[in-house]
Design a protein around this ligand. Structure first.
Ligand SMILES: *Cc1c(COP(=O)(O)O)cnc(C)c1O
Length: 380
């Protein structure tokens, strides 16, 4: 049996909505399906200030533009993240300041943030690794104390909850991804959430090439013109149509994935060698969205052997991020591997197990059976 790491889920109604979009004659951004998507998210989670973007990367960039990030500004973020978190500030000349993560969930270690704050710190960008919300309330407290903006990179956590609210609701800004590696997808897509009302009007200019076209679309004025800086951060209506079909099935997608997570956890808790492994510990105030299940092996060498042996059994297991601070670009920015030793160590030990919405019982049982056999051999 071959078990892929991920398989994008299709609801079946994508083509129906895409066809409607094609027939509508309006294919660009902020039309019919974009509005439907925004209403869906608003009525389900109470989010307002939703801007649909071509990717989470674009949403992060738009957020950085919105707070007028300048050369010389510093932005605190985990080193254990995707390149886009750092690139979104680097392209404005700002400096990513990398913070260590915590082994409980691989998210930014809140205790280590404050010592990195300087007079130049403009933003903090925590991420929700594996769809598990970061400690956002604690981060917001620190940010408010110093007058810093928090943009939460929720690329992996659409639908995850923190104290009963969707993750991304409590930060000043937050970003979701609908890339085909995430739980819900339209191929490539994302959203910027602007939780502070006073920033929303300007956000609509920035996404529409610096114009007030949104006001014209709402019928508030006849013409639109250039009034601010900006770029094109719009998701095409064709992709918004696909996204709507996915959102209408989000309960199914998330509950399936949570069922798979539970199957992994049940196995893990009973596993003979569990004391030599670790996995994510989730506080009771958080409800993940089942994005990813990972294990920490005792060493880098055992992790690599585990992945290799699983591959030989037909199961694709992945490593996580290569820490940004010790990557080629991180070193160019002046960092060294030894700067964040815990991040370096944890990134070397993590293995991410296959999980996808329509993974069958047979597939997950096979995966677990192989993992148990390989790990028993490696850890004995
Ligand atoms: C996937 C991901 C991104 C990038 O999302 P895109 O939609 O592909 O641009 C950014 N940050 C994190 C943490 C991610 O997991």
């Amino acid at each position: 049996m071959k078990i892929p790491f991920n398989k994008p889920f299709l609801t079946g109604s994508e083509i129906f909505y895409i066809n409607q979009s094609l027939q509508s004659g309006k294919l660009s951004g902020n039309y019919h399906f974009a509005n439907k998507v925004k209403s869906w998210i608003n009525s389900k989670y109470g989010l307002e200030g939703i801007y649909l973007t071509p990717s989470c990367t674009a949403a992060l960039e738009m957020g950085a533009l919105l707070v007028d990030l300048q050369p010389g500004d510093e932005v605190i973020m985990p080193s254990y993240t995707f390149t886009s978190t750092a690139n979104s500030v680097l392209i404005f000349g700002a400096k990513p300041v990398f913070c260590d993560i915590h082994s409980k969930d691989m998210n930014i270690d809140v205790q280590k943030i404050e010592s990195l704050i300087t007079s130049k710190t403009k933003m903090i960008i925590p991420i929700d690794y594996a769809g598990v919300p970061c400690d956002i309330d604690e981060i917001m407290l620190i940010a408010e104390k110093y007058g810093i903006t928090v943009m939460q990179d929720c690329a992996q956590s659409y639908g995850a909850l923190y104290k009963g609210e969707i993750s991304g609701k409590r930060a000043h800004l937050s970003c979701y991804s609908f890339h085909d590696t995430k739980n819900l997808t339209c191929g490539e897509g994302g959203a910027l959430i602007v939780n502070e009302e006073f920033r929303r009007e300007r956000a609509s200019y920035l996404m529409e090439k610096g114009t007030d076209r949104t006001k014209m679309l709402k019928g508030l004025q006849k013409k639109y013109s250039w009034i601010d800086k900006g770029s094109s951060y719009l998701l095409s209506d064709i992709l918004a149509a696909m996204l709507l079909s996915q959102l209408e099935n989000e309960e199914y997608i998330i509950s399936n994935r949570l069922h798979l997570m539970k199957t992994y956890y049940n196995w893990f808790n009973d596993f003979k060698f569990r004391d030599r492994l670790n996995t994510c510990k989730v506080d009771s105030i958080k409800k993940p969205n089942g994005h990813s299940f990972w294990l920490l092996l005792p060493t880098n060498n055992l992790r690599d052997k585990f992945i290799q042996k699983m591959k030989a059994s037909g199961v694709t297991v992945h490593i996580g991020y290569i820490p940004l601070h010790s990557s080629k670009m991180g070193r160019k920015l002046g960092y060294q591997g030894s700067d964040l030793q815990l991040t370096e160590e944890l990134a070397g030990r993590i293995a991410r197990m296959p999980i996808f919405t329509e993974m069958s019982d047979t597939e997950i049982n096979y995966t677990i059976e192989k993992a148990e056999a390989v790990l028993s051999e490696l850890l004995d």
